[in-house]
Design a protein. Structure first.
Lengths: 228, 332, 386
């Protein structure tokens, strides 16, 4: 489903603060499974996630998503692919303040211009699925941590993407909510979605929902056995 | 110099447009030299970002170009009472040697900018900007053109002095005045009619062929351009006299006045739209074979051809109606 | 345009408006300055065009050709014998002598225009005055305007006093042309200025139907080289040119307002606060393209421009046509002691709106294009790292 070939990402190339975030990563992620990316901060997890989600372009190397080579595409077409294929859940949730959770959920679909009633119904159904129907019209500032996260999940699902990507999703959650989150991920996996989660939280990497754990250190993938 | 608000508005608007185009051209040079879609380098990403800016700027610039064409004609028209002998824009434009050249360059500028926007639209729809270099080369060609237009316009407006004696449209657009215009006007009425009512169906027919068969775009583009020129000549030569109901009144500008229902605006808009879309259809044709454009250009051409046909039909329809309801009879 | 394209525009416009509403302060300040700029410019454009219209309407009834005699480059009295020779020119329908002049009234400090009128020829001692005269001349400093049967004592050129009685006042609607006018019988006029009965101030010539006044004027100059003929067309053009010139001067001065406005617009556009940046970053992260963000910025600009345009133009309309252009009166109407009071007739057309658009919306758009683009090209990747 996703294949990375010798991906390299360098920030500020040629300048004094040049930094190699990812240094030759080869990775294949199969469809319909759940993969956890593990590693200390600074290991390049977030950068790799960015590249996987088509939010950033690698300095060199090839990416194939659903049998399509995308590393040579323009930023604009990448966005089009990202919108259709990926749903992203951020560490800080990143909901837009000042508007309701329902609106937040619908926003990723705005540029597609579909009929308002259809879109609204789909958004409501998602919130309902996540037990948030009662909070649909609340401004996001008034949501609790768990409710905000579930809103973020609903938003990630609005365009019915095949792949869900989450970056440190349990960082701001207590144990109970973290377990709840993993349960939702398990359910999504059952529905046929591919899940990729970056986290150094053992609740995630040791969860039964996870099929495979990939460890990263210093911009490289650590092979099982500790050799990079 | 005449401190007329309309003049100030034109000078400011055109100056800013020319400035925006110069900036776009500067970016264009950088892009032509360094563009490499396959590269993930910072420089390439920066250029991809910049190309959005140029697209946006050019869209605004084209909008202003079109508006300023009409504002220019309208300003010339409203200044006519200040010039002895002028009754409409025809006279105002004749006041110094820059008036008519500015108008012609402005019209050509509109056509060029329209074609550029069509090529840009095609390029933006493809995933890998296949036409990027071509469109920036075209931009580098258009920019000096617009600068020339801005300069001519400035010379025209700034050398206007009231009370210069000029000619009115009756003199300028007269079959006896010995200019190229007058030779065209002196063509037999039946011949002018025949040419016009032949070129219109040819253009529309070729457009229909493009629409149905997705072929023949280049002949269509040529036909629409020819029809554009013929339509303007026809307007001056015989369509106008039916609208004015006066066999000696050939002025192309008096049509824009209230007493004729501002029909001139509709007709000129129709001619311009028909020409731009027709030319655009042909302009993007050479790129049909590029992989990423294979499924983008033919539907675009169909849409453009359709718009062109509709615009041409509007013009022909107005012409036919004008001739029929006119109280003028040219049965001599 | 298919439905989804329209739907997309609506959604984006909706978000643009809600985004602006969440940042009221800066947006309101900008709209106010924008409105003010438009208000000033629109006021100038409306008043100039309206005055031109008034002038054109008023001058419709001026004589086609006015013949004046010139001595050493200045106007002098014209002998009535000229009238006879001019009336014999081919194409001339009629020639009438006119008697008029300027009288300086030391008491009020104003210049009146005195004019002889044939309808008062048998009413020696009577006069009809304009509203401006009535206001300035105030016997006994009681602040009462002159009315019927009040007297103005005129001092004649040879030192005598000639009192004339007000028998009528010109209606207020005609103030633009009659404010400083005093109409009197010919005999009284000649007494005040000691003008001989064989002379007149100038001659008014009417051309026959379809005859060319320019040709007649040429012929008059030929037979009387010491005269000059003023055509109605010339006067109209001069007025138009003067109004245009004055209007343009004001617009140039107001260009000074454009600068702060443009700078404020630029400042607001570039000064994205952290919250705005975050929002745009989120939009890009959830799948909005750069072109979608640019579209949102476009709608923001359009909303601000439309609001300011609408309000500015409405306020200007009120200012000029309801409040009689208080702010511009003195510049546009010229210096005088006797200002006519009059209300301008509204005269607004599409051309003015287009000119205003070019003078304001275009600079605003140009200045905000680059900052808008900069904010739209924010890297979504950066959102991941916050």
């Amino acid at each position: 489903m996703i294949r990375l070939d010798n991906i390299r990402k360098v920030f500020n190339p040629g300048k004094p603060n040049e930094f190699v975030a990812i240094d030759g990563v080869n990775l294949t992620i199969d469809a319909h499974g759940a993969t956890a990316l593990k590693g200390p901060s600074g290991s390049g997890k977030t950068t790799l996630l960015s590249i996987l989600a088509c939010m950033a372009q690698p300095t060199s190397g090839g990416i194939t998503v659903q049998d399509r080579e995308i590393s040579s595409l323009s930023g604009q077409s990448l966005t089009g692919i990202r919108r259709k294929t990926f749903g992203v859940i951020f560490q800080q949730f990143h909901l837009i303040k000042g508007i309701t959770s329902l609106e937040n959920v619908m926003i990723p679909a705005y540029p597609l211009g579909e009929k308002f009633s259809t879109l609204q119904k789909r958004a409501m159904d998602l919130l309902d699925l996540l037990n948030l129907a009662g909070k649909a019209y609340s401004k996001v500032e008034w949501l609790s941590g768990g409710e905000a996260q579930r809103t973020a999940i609903a938003r990630a699902l609005i365009n019915n993407p095949a792949i869900i990507i989450a970056d440190e999703p349990t960082a701001h959650l207590d144990t109970r909510l973290s377990l709840e989150f993993m349960e939702i991920m398990r359910q999504l996996k059952k529905d046929g979605k591919t899940i990729i989660i970056a986290s150094h939280d053992p609740i995630v990497s040791e969860s039964g929902a996870i099929d495979r754990v990939v460890e990263m250190r210093d911009g490289r993938i650590v092979e099982p056995g500790g050799v990079a | 110099m005449m401190f007329h608000p309309g003049i100030l508005a034109l000078l400011l608007g055109s100056g800013l447009t020319a400035g925006m185009l110069c900036y776009s051209a500067y970016e264009g040079v950088r892009i032509i030299r360094g563009w490499d879609i396959r590269s993930g380098s910072e420089q390439q990403l920066e250029m991809e970002r910049r190309t959005y800016l140029v697209s946006t700027v050019m869209s605004y610039a084209m909008g202003f170009q079109l508006l300023s064409l009409f504002l220019f004609i309208y300003t010339a028209d409203s200044l006519s009472p200040l010039f002895v002998g002028a009754m409409c824009a025809a006279g105002s434009l004749k006041v110094n040697g820059f008036g008519y050249p500015t108008l012609i360059v402005k019209i050509v500028g509109c056509l060029l900018a329209g074609v550029w926007l069509i090529i840009n639209a095609a390029d933006n729809q493809a995933l890998d900007y296949p036409l990027i270099r071509i469109k920036y080369w075209l931009l580098l060609f258009i920019t000096p053109f617009i600068i020339v237009e801005t300069t001519l316009q400035a010379f025209y407006l700034l050398s206007l002095k009231p009370n210069i004696i000029t000619s009115c449209c009756a003199v300028l657009f007269n079959a006896d005045s010995g200019t190229i215009m007058s030779d065209l006007l002196a063509l037999p009425h039946a011949l002018s009619l025949a040419i016009f009512f032949t070129s219109a169906p040819i253009a529309m027919g070729l457009g229909l062929y493009v629409y149905l068969k997705e072929k023949g775009a280049v002949p269509f583009a040529i036909a629409t351009f020819c029809h554009f020129v013929i339509a303007i000549i026809a307007l001056i030569s015989f369509i106008s006299i039916y609208i004015y109901e006066l066999p000696t009144h050939h002025c192309p500008f008096c049509l824009l006045h209230q007493e004729y229902g501002y029909v001139g605006y509709v007709m000129y808009a129709a001619i311009l739209i028909g020409a731009v879309t027709g030319l655009g259809t042909g302009a993007i044709n050479p790129f049909r074979s590029i992989t990423t454009l294979r499924h983008i250009i033919p539907p675009m051409q169909r849409k453009l051809a359709l718009v062109s046909i509709v615009a041409t039909s509007v013009f022909v329809l107005i012409t036919v109606v004008a001739i029929f309801i006119s109280n003028l009879s040219m049965a001599a | 345009m298919n439905l989804s394209a329209i739907g997309k525009q609506r959604y984006i416009l909706d978000l643009a408006l809600s985004s602006m509403a969440r940042r009221k302060g800066k947006n309101i300040a900008l709209v106010m300055v924008y409105t003010f700029t438009l208000f000033m410019l629109a006021s100038v454009v409306f008043s100039v065009d309206s005055l031109k219209q008034e002038a054109a309407l008023t001058l419709q009834d001026t004589p086609e050709i006015t013949v004046q005699r010139q001595v050493a480059g200045r106007q002098d009295l014209i002998p009535l014998t000229y009238a006879e020779s001019i009336s014999r020119i081919k194409g001339v329908q009629s020639v009438e002598p006119r008697l008029w002049g300027y009288y300086y009234d030391a008491f009020s400090g104003a210049n009146y225009t005195l004019m002889a009128n044939t309808s008062l020829s048998d009413r020696t001692g009577d006069m009809v005055i304009g509203a401006g005269v009535a206001r300035r001349n105030d016997i006994g400093k009681t602040n009462r305007k002159l009315g019927k049967n009040d007297i103005i004592p005129f001092i004649t050129a040879d030192g005598a006093v000639l009192p004339l009685t007000v028998k009528g006042l010109f209606p207020p609607a005609s103030e633009l042309v009659t404010a400083d006018l005093v109409l009197m019988p010919e005999t009284d006029f000649r007494k005040i200025f000691t003008i001989h009965k064989d002379q007149a101030t100038d001659l008014v010539v009417k051309a026959g139907n379809g005859k060319d006044p320019v040709m007649i004027a040429g012929e008059i100059s030929r037979i009387h080289p010491d005269t000059r003929s003023i055509l109605r067309q010339d006067i109209l053009q001069t007025y138009q040119a003067v109004f245009d010139w004055r209007g343009g001067m004001i617009v140039m001065l107001l260009a000074g307002i454009l600068f702060p406005f443009v700078i404020l617009a630029w400042d607001k556009a570039t000064g994205l606060n952290a919250e705005e940046k975050r929002e745009i970053g989120i939009l890009k992260a959830v799948g909005w393209e750069t072109s979608d963000i640019l579209l949102m910025k476009f709608w923001e600009g359009a909303a601000i421009s439309l609001a300011a345009f609408f309000m500015g133009v409405l306020l200007a309309y009120g200012h000029i046509f309801l409040a009689s252009s208080i702010l511009f009166e003195s510049v546009l109407q010229g210096w005088s002691v006797l200002y006519p009071h009059f209300r301008l007739t509204p005269y607004v057309n599409g051309y003015q709106v287009a000119a205003l658009f070019f003078l304001t919306v275009i600079p605003y758009t140009v200045v905000t294009v680059v900052p808008s683009w900069r904010s739209a090209t924010i890297d979504p990747d950066s959102v991941m790292r916050i």
